[in-house]
Design a protein around this ligand. Structure first.
Ligand SMILES: Nc1ncnc2c1ncn2[C@@H]1O[C@H](COP(=O)(O)OP(=O)(O)O)[C@@H](O)[C@H]1O
Ligand SMILES: [Mg+2]
Length: 330
């Protein structure tokens, strides 16, 4: 197999949308909610793509589509350039593993750590119980847990230890891609950085590719090689991590960066910066979805949806940068 720039992305989304039908009102009329709206993204081998945006913007839905846990309403998911369908979902599950936010609810409280970590091996029928035990011991060592925890239960462990168990369970299948959905958001700040460091070390050691999701831009800064910023189901900006932090283009990215500098960055983007709250996804604003909160809004933004403009590896979806870009109104 060829490596380098010529090889297709290990994982790719092409024009992927996911629409949920939401029941509303007392007559239960259904209204479409576009959780993911025509997103194209690609993950090159070795990339850490940080996916950032406020709660409800569609990050987890996107992750579930990549993991094959949700089918897109339209669009395609490709692995190594091959579209995935129902028949190769199982193969996909071996190569792409998740780590979810909440190790309290993602680990079965009635199973021992041995059972939890070895479950993927048993599901895929890999090895006998002795070799599965050996694999569990080895992977526990990799994630920095003593092998004696094999006989423990999730309730006997701290949040950080539980997230190490979840990481061990993801890695035991030797996946190529790990989809981390807010893996540190439920943890204390001091433990967060330990887990982030561990994920960084594991990436170097095993050559992993990550999609790393967070609502906090600061969390992805040190791990990500690229960052995609999501707003109301759309990727509004994507760039190499340095360019995104040094020269953010989208006013939403600028607001997210400003919020990182506030004393309580975990509270999301303060409304005071943006002037309006996060919109209802069932009734998205006209034109550019971000315009009611945008510090640099122009007349056109209210009626016309912007197109993506791409400059090298930096893409942005904003009228300030389009071919017909204009002056901001005060
Ligand atoms: N199974 C579902 N049914 C209906 N609506 C959903 C479902 N899952 C997510 N949503 C809606 O889709 C939007 C995106 O949700 P989600 O992907 O969880 O966002 P995030 O992970 O960024 O917080 C939200 O408005 C959420 O309420
Ligand atoms: Mg989520």
């Amino acid at each position: 197999m060829s490596e380098g720039n010529a090889s297709p992305p290990v994982l790719e989304l092409r024009n992927v949308s996911k629409t949920y039908q939401i029941k509303q009102g007392m007559f239960g009329e259904r209204k479409p909610l576009k959780a993911v709206n025509d997103v194209s993204l690609s993950l090159q081998r070795g990339d850490v793509l940080g996916l950032v945006g406020e709660s409800g913007c569609g990050k987890s839905t996107l992750a579930k589509i990549l993991l094959g846990l949700e089918a897109p309403t339209s669009g395609e998911v490709l692995v190594d350039g091959e579209p995935i369908g129902a028949q190769n979902r199982r193969l996909l599950a071996r190569r792409i593993q998740p780590i979810f936010q909440d190790p309290y609810s993602s680990l079965n409280p009635r199973k021992s750590i041995r059972d939890i970590i070895s479950l993927p091996l048993r599901v895929h029928g890999i090895g006998d119980s002795a070799s599965q035990d050996k694999a569990v011991r080895e992977i526990l060592d990799v994630v920095g847990l003593p092998s004696r925890v094999m006989n423990s239960y999730p309730s006997q462990m701290s949040g950080g230890q539980r997230q190490r168990v979840a990481i061990a369970r993801a890695l035991i299948m030797k996946p190529e891609v790990v989809v981390c959905d807010e893996p540190t958001s439920a943890l204390d700040v001091s433990v967060q950085s330990q887990i982030l460091n561990l994920l960084g070390e594991l990436r170097r050691e095993f050559g992993l590719t990550y999609l790393f999701i967070s609502h906090n831009l600061a969390v992805v800064e040190h791990l990500a090689t690229r960052v995609a910023v999501m707003y109301l189901g759309r990727i509004v900006e994507e760039a190499p991590v340095g360019a995104l932090f040094d020269e953010p283009r989208h006013p939403y990215t600028e607001a997210l960066l400003a919020s990182v500098l506030t004393p309580e960055p975990d509270l999301g983007v303060p409304d005071t910066h943006l002037g309006a709250t996060y919109p209802n996804p069932i009734e998205p604003p006209t034109g550019c979805h971000f315009h009611p909160r945008c510090a640099r809004v122009m007349e056109r933004c209210k009626g016309v949806a912007p197109q993506i403009t791409c400059d090298g590896e930096h893409s942005v979806e904003c009228h300030l940068y389009g071919r017909e870009s204009g002056q901001a109104v005060a």
